[in-house]
Design a binder for this molecule. Structure first.
Ligand code: ATP
Ligand code: MG
Length: 423
């Protein structure tokens, strides 16, 4: 046993993150080890990988926090070897500075996360909680490098790439993010397949705010790692939302949104398609190479407009400027948001002007801003609302027969339940 190993977390201790998994710090430098220990008071401490390995023989799920001295090729190699032998280990690298390169190497070594040691220690503690939760919900320990995915995580790979659904508009503020977030959440609740949501609005993306999740790993990091765009990397980068959606958010700071080339953005989509049945992409209102590339790559394009004259006028001009019909013709589906607005605009007139059928009308509904303020998708926050029903309909129609099967099963289960309760 390592001289620095402390006693195990007492069961039921309020400091214990979860007694069903252990937390271990591995850091040769005593000073750095103490810094990490101050942030993770329930963790056992080890000065070497070898001493941790002895401990791992017990087979207990363990979140291993590898300190700054381990952040380097030697440490990555050691962790890689360790996770191959001990699949019940969930490694997290804690670095002084978290660069994209460090993140790439850490994730490729088999680590489940890599974080920067911040002043409060919150980032490290949160990463430990997240990884511990994945280990805890795991029915049986599964090797993260060579084996299948853990429950709740996207599958390692799939035979055919998932469908790419791009949500676009030619005017800002019409409800693109609302549609993207809610359609993704509704789909994830309907089918067992993986539904991913990517925020391509790198400057002002608000998908993570709408879903109330921290933007831990972002599209920018995924794009920077795209040369390694393997399923394992994507699986580690996405954050799971309660609805089941796997989210790849935009950075929280617009300054972090370094110019990402269009081909890298489409490559990130393709990598997500490799682990998902559907990938929903929230695209900013820019007529740039990235938007065009995403529109071209899409299987379905949800073109969002709101029921006001400027929006429809912009849409008409934007469609002509982009030659949208030529780029995305048969894939285009018009989503008319706030379709019931009292604006003396006839839906049929809009359809005639645009040359597109208004496939999906969504009514104005106060439930939408209320849900956004609560950081919960409206389809979860207020499923009975008129907007939710309209958004569910979009999800159903994109899913096609897959949703019918699942819903049928659910209805059957609900009917059985109500019969039982009547007895
Ligand atoms: N059907 C609706 N009923 C009521 N409010 C709505 C509806 N759809 C969207 N909103 C509100 O409109 C605002 C803009 O929506 P959203 O952020 O989804 O638009 P956006 O097109 O993504 O904007 P941006 O161009 O800034 O990215 C939000 O505050 C949202 O609450
Ligand atoms: Mg938006």
């Amino acid at each position: 046993m390592d001289a620095h190993a402390l006693s195990a977390v007492p069961p039921g201790s309020p400091l214990a993150p979860d007694v069903r998994y252990a937390v271990a710090i591995v850091e040769p430098d005593p000073r750095l080890r103490m810094i990490l220990a101050a942030r993770l008071p329930t963790a056992r401490q080890f000065e070497s990988v070898e001493s941790l390995a002895q401990e791992l023989r017990s087979g207990r799920p363990t979140v291993g926090v590898f300190g700054p001295s381990m952040v380097g090729s030697f440490g990555f190699e050691q962790v890689h070897r360790l996770v191959t032998v001990y699949p019940e280990l969930g490694p997290v690298f804690a670095a002084h500075e978290l660069s994209t390169e460090v993140l790439q190497h850490a994730l490729r070594s088999g680590a489940r996360d890599a974080v920067q040691i911040d002043g409060t220690g919150e980032a490290v503690a949160q990463a430990v909680g997240r990884v511990g939760e994945v280990l805890r919900t795991s029915q049986s320990a599964v090797p993260p490098v060579a084996g299948a995915a853990l429950p709740g995580a996207p599958p390692m790979s799939r035979q055919a790439p998932g469908r790419l659904v791009v949500v676009f508009s030619t005017k800002g503020g019409v409800g693109k993010s609302t549609v993207a977030v809610n359609v993704a959440a509704a789909m994830a609740r309907k089918v067992d397949d993986t539904i991913s949501l990517m925020d391509a609005d790198l400057q002002f993306g608000d998908v993570s705010v709408m879903l109330g999740i921290p933007p831990d790993h972002t599209v920018v990091e995924a794009a920077a790692s795209i040369q390694y765009a393997d399923v394992e990397l994507m699986r580690n980068l996405v954050t799971r939302h309660d609805s089941g959606v796997m989210v790849l958010p935009a950075p929280s700071e617009p300054t972090m949104a370094a110019a990402v080339p269009a081909e890298d953005m489409t490559a990130v989509c393709a990598a997500l398609q490799g682990i998902s049945g559907f990938v929903i992409v929230d695209v900013p209102t820019n007529f740039d190479d990235t938007s065009l590339a995403l529109l071209e790559a899409a299987d379905d394009v949800l073109l969002v407009a709101s029921m006001d004259i400027p929006s429809i006028k912009n849409l008409k001009i934007g469609m002509q400027a982009l030659d949208l019909i030529a780029i995305a013709g048969p894939k285009l589906r018009l989503v008319l948001n706030r379709a019931n607005a009292q604006v003396k605009l006839d839906v049929r007139e809009v359809e005639r002007v645009l040359g597109l059928r208004a496939a999906y009308p969504i009514p104005y509904d106060l439930a939408v801003p209320l849900s956004i303020n609560a950081g919960v998708p409206v389809v979860v926050h207020d499923p009975g609302s008129a907007a939710s029903r309209a958004l569910e309909h979009i999800a159903d129609s994109l899913l096609g027969p897959a949703a019918e099967t699942r819903r049928g099963r659910r209805k059957g289960a609900a009917a059985k339940k109500s019969k039982k309760s009547k007895k």
